[in-house]
Structures are given as C-alpha cells and as structure tokens.
Ligand binder design. Structure first.
Ligand code: SGN
Ligand code: CA
Length: 517
C-alpha cells in the first residue's frame, strides 16, 4: 500500500490494560459506497475481503436505509438521531446548528472521549468532539488539506490512507486511554470523481462489468425519474472530469468545484510529480485509444459505464485495504474485543441501475445503505439482521451501548436489542423518507415517502411536479413499474397514505400541512 506513513506493523502491539470495561465505538463511514459493490451483499465482482470479514464475523443488516439520501443531511440525521426537518439540515446548502443536541455531546457527558476524522461536510465546525481533524468541504483525493482542531494543515498522500493514518494515530497517541472512546472515521472515498490511488490504477482494467438489466430504462410512468440529470448515458457523466479523458486544451464544465489551476479532472492539479507521472502513464494510453475509436450511441454509453465501474472499484479497493489496516490495529492493540465496529456509508449509490450514477432518490439503490458491524465480546448475534433500520437509529444505539440515557426527543430507535439477538415484537413496520435538495445538482425533485418492506409510496412535489408513485418490491424489485394509478391498487394506496400520515404526525414533519393526507 502506498502512502501509509504509519504502518500498523510498526506499532507497538501492547495490550491496553488500562481500558475500562465500557465498550468503545469505532464508526467507519464512507461516502457514496453502495451495497451492490460489496462481496458480503452478494456482489460477485467486488474484491472487498476486509469488509466481508466484518460481516462474516459479525452482523449484516439487509434492510438498512437512510432518512435523506445525501451527504450533509445524512450526517446530521446520524449525529442527532432525528429527521432532517427537526435537525434543520435539510440539504447540502444548509449550515448545521452545532448548538443542538448530538450523540457525541451526550457520550462525552457519559465519560467518553470522542473524535471525528475525515469528511464532515456540515459547514459549521464540529462540536461535541474532544478531537477533530476534518476535510474542507468534500476534500481532495490527493494531498488534501485538513482542518485539525481549527488549523488548516497540508497533507501528502492519498486521502483514504491519510484518514486511516490519522485515525490510528489518534487511537494510539492522542486519546486519554483511561476513558472509553467513540471514534468516527469518515472517508471521502468513494465520492465522485472516483480517483484511485496510484497503486490501484491497474486494478479492474481487464474486468468487463455486467450491465444492469435496467440500464436502458426509459422512465415510462415515472416523471421525476425522467427529469433527473444523473445519467451515465448522457452528458451528465462528464468524459473529462468523471472519466478522465483529457486532451490538452479541453475544459470540463464541472471544473468549477476545484481550486486547482490545472485544466484536468478533479484534483489532478494537486498531485506531486510522482503521483502525476503514475496517473499519466496509466490514463494516457486509454485516452489515446478512446479518441481514436470514435465511439457512438450504445457503444459509447457502455464504454462510459465500464470506465465508471473500473474507477469506482479501484477507489473501493483502497478503502477496503484501509479498513483492514484499522481492524488490524484494533486487534493488535487489544482493543477489538471491547469495541463495537460499524461500517456504513452516508447513503447508497447507483451503479448503472436506471442508467444512473449519484443518489438522492428514494429508490432502493440510494435509499439503502450498507450496514455491517463487528460486535464486542458478549454479543453473540451473527449473520443477517432483516429488520427495517435507519440512520437515525445509530445515535440511540451508541447511547445505549455507553449506558447513557436516550433523550425522549431522539426519533431513532436503539438497535441494541437486535444486536443481542432479540426479536422485538413491536419493531417498526415502516420507514419514513424525505429529500429536499431541489433546485440542485442532478435535478432530483423533492419527495417524501413510506416503505414497509414490500410497498413503497412516494410523493414528488414542487412547482413543476405533483406525482405519486407506488411500487410493489415483491414483484418489482427494480422499481420500474409505477402501479399507483391502477384501479386494483386503490386499496393499497389508501392504506399506505394513511400509514404515511401516521409517520408524518409521529415525526412531526410540517410538510403534512402543505400536502394534507
Ligand atoms: C458534488 C458532486 C455531485 C454530488 C454532490 C453531493 N459534483 O456536488 O455529483 O451529488 O457533490 O454529494 S462534483 O462535480 O463536485 O463532483 S454528497 O455525497 O456530498 O452529498
Ligand atoms: Ca455521499
């Protein structure tokens, strides 16, 4: 592995006998990593041995979802245990009110050391953490600056390695070892534009990925789906910025997001000479071949899909290795058996399903999120957990694990009974979702909805749309057939609307006043 200044092998593997018996929490979250590309969730092409090991030795949630499928909002839901309309961070343009109650603050009160390292993306600076070392906004894949407890500092190397190095350094050298801890490791990977580490550039180049059955979706009967701007097949996926097909003089319309003066994709301009040489040696022949082959129509669309998949999977590879490195540290330092390790993402992502990349929709690929856990000693539950769970549940789970009180205003439910192997009779039978970022990049309209494990009812609303969709995921798992208007479904629609109303009342979503049910 390149770039890891602090090798786990070099660390003293002494057993941390001063640890108290309270459980520690290591919460690893990636950005835009989705279940379709994890071996443990059934992918036959994803090479993710370290993630798969967490699931094999622990538990894997098969029905884990987010409350609002986009970065900042998802993070705010996780920190507060509350839906977006309550925590106030409804879309990525907001600023998180750090004065409000969050679970790290409550853990601190309960005697925990708390730290967050990596992507933060809430615009205000972190509160409730003893230590924080965060990327600026989205951060950069190469040589990214960090804000370390208020100081902006440069780093050298690939960001997934750097975040892991910093996390191990905090665990080993910076925390108060007399206290239990909660560490949030927030990766930038696998966010757009999927820039791999130089040591993984060659990976997956020979692989031809299977094209999803609904790659050529025409969105019949689904207006909001037809209006999005996240199509791999069209210009939404940019040849230069996303797929790295640069020719001297070319400009990407997407460069506006980057500070680099260089005209190339992403953070190429941040690279040092060695990184740049490796990058050019890899991509230049591919660029040459691409422009000489003059692909058109479906051939071009499918070529774009393959390049997207290859770059994404290379970026996952670093992530998986770094999760392995962190797990090895926890094991060697004697912390593992007393630590709950969680691996999740801020939301799922489209890997060509419906022809898309990105997220935002309440459709399964982006509404769902990977959620696997390695349980501490004494928690014997293993294998699949099928209950409907949501990212608002993490806060109460962590509080209960720490033996702290769960405040009444937290809307999520502790997952602890599930981790203990119980089958709670009154577990929730439906989830609520609300997405707000419109107008916005990718043009996904505002929508809210309910999912009960079989039926999904969604209402897209706004100035140019007022559309309902109903899917029966038992017969239509890819959500291609909107059956809302079929007369035989009138009863189901009525019932689902009444349950949706119950959720909006329970979660106190003011949207109910605007669109009464
Ligand atoms: C950036 C990306 C978008 C992405 C958002 C939100 N564009 O704006 O494609 O949807 O982030 O992602 S880019 O040109 O800057 O890459 S999120 O995960 O942070 O919510
Ligand atoms: Ca994200």
């Amino acid at each position: 592995m390149a770039g890891g200044a602090l090798s786990v092998l070099a660390l003293n593997s002494c057993t941390d006998t001063s640890e108290t018996k309270q459980l520690n929490i290591v919460y690893i979250m990636t950005d835009d990593h989705t279940r379709q590309v994890m071996g443990c969730y059934g992918s036959d092409y994803a090479d993710t041995p370290n993630l798969d090991k967490i699931a094999e030795e622990g538990v894997i949630f098969t029905n884990a979802y987010v409350a609002n499928s986009i970065s900042g909002p998802s993070r705010a839901c996780i920190l507060t245990g509350k839906h977006s309309h309550i925590n106030g961070f409804t879309d990525n343009t907001r600023t998180f009110d750090g004065e409000q109650q969050t679970f790290p603050k409550l853990l601190r009160k309960a005697g925990y050391q708390t730290a967050v390292i990596g992507k933060w993306h809430l615009h205000s600076l972190p509160t409730g953490f003893d230590y924080w070392d965060i990327l600026i906004g989205q951060g950069d894949y190469y040589n990214s600056p960090f804000i370390t407890m208020g100081d902006t500092l440069k780093t050298e190397g690939y960001v997934t390695n750097t975040i892991t190095d910093k996390s191990i350094d905090w665990l080993e050298n910076r925390r108060d070892k007399s206290k239990p801890f909660m560490l949030m490791v927030h990766h930038k990977a696998i966010h757009r534009n999927w820039m791999a580490d130089t040591c993984h550039l060659k990976d997956y180049e020979e692989k031809v990925f299977p094209i999803p059955d609904n790659f050529y979706d025409d969105y019949d009967g689904r207006k909001a789906a037809s209006l999005q701007e996240m199509d791999i097949r069209e210009g939404d996926m940019d040849l230069l910025y996303d797929l790295k097909m640069y020719r001297p003089g070319d400009e990407s319309r997407l460069r506006r997001n980057y500070i680099s003066d260089d005209k190339r994709h992403g953070t190429y301009g941040n690279m040092n000479d060695a990184q740049r040489q490796a990058w050019d040696a890899h991509y230049n022949p591919i660029i040459k071949e691409f422009f000489s082959s003059n692909l058109k129509g479906k051939e071009l669309m499918e070529w774009k899909y393959q390049r997207y998949m290859r770059d994404y999977m290379k970026t996952v590879k670093s992530l998986d290795e770094n999760v392995g490195r962190l797990m090895a540290y926890l094991e060697e330092s004697g912390l593992l058996e007393n630590t709950l390790v969680i691996y999740t993402s801020d939301q799922g992502f489209y890997m060509g399903e419906h022809g898309w990349f990105d997220k935002r929709f309440m459709y399964d690929e982006s509404f769902s999120t990977p959620l696997i856990m390695r349980l501490p000693k004494g928690y014997d539950r293993r294998g699949e957990i099928t209950e409907l769970v949501q990212n608002i549940d993490y806060a109460p789970t962590f509080l209960e694990i720490a033996g702290a009180e769960i405040p009444d205003d937290i809307q999520g439910v502790s997952l602890l009974p599930l981790l203990k192997g119980e089958k709670p009779e009154n577990w929730r039978n439906a989830l609520y979702y609300h997405f707000y970022e419109y107008p916005g990049e990718h043009a996904v309209r505002k929508h809210y909805g309910i999912y009960d494990g079989r039926y999904k009812l969604i209402h897209f609303y706004g100035d140019d749309i007022d559309e309902w969709e109903l899917f029966d995921r038992n017969t239509d798992p890819s959500e291609m057939h909107n059956i809302y208007s079929l007369p035989e479904n009138a009863g189901t629609v009525k019932q689902m609307k009444s349950r949706l109303k119950e959720l909006q009342v329970m979660y106190k979503d003011p949207i109910l006043e605007k669109y009464p049910l």
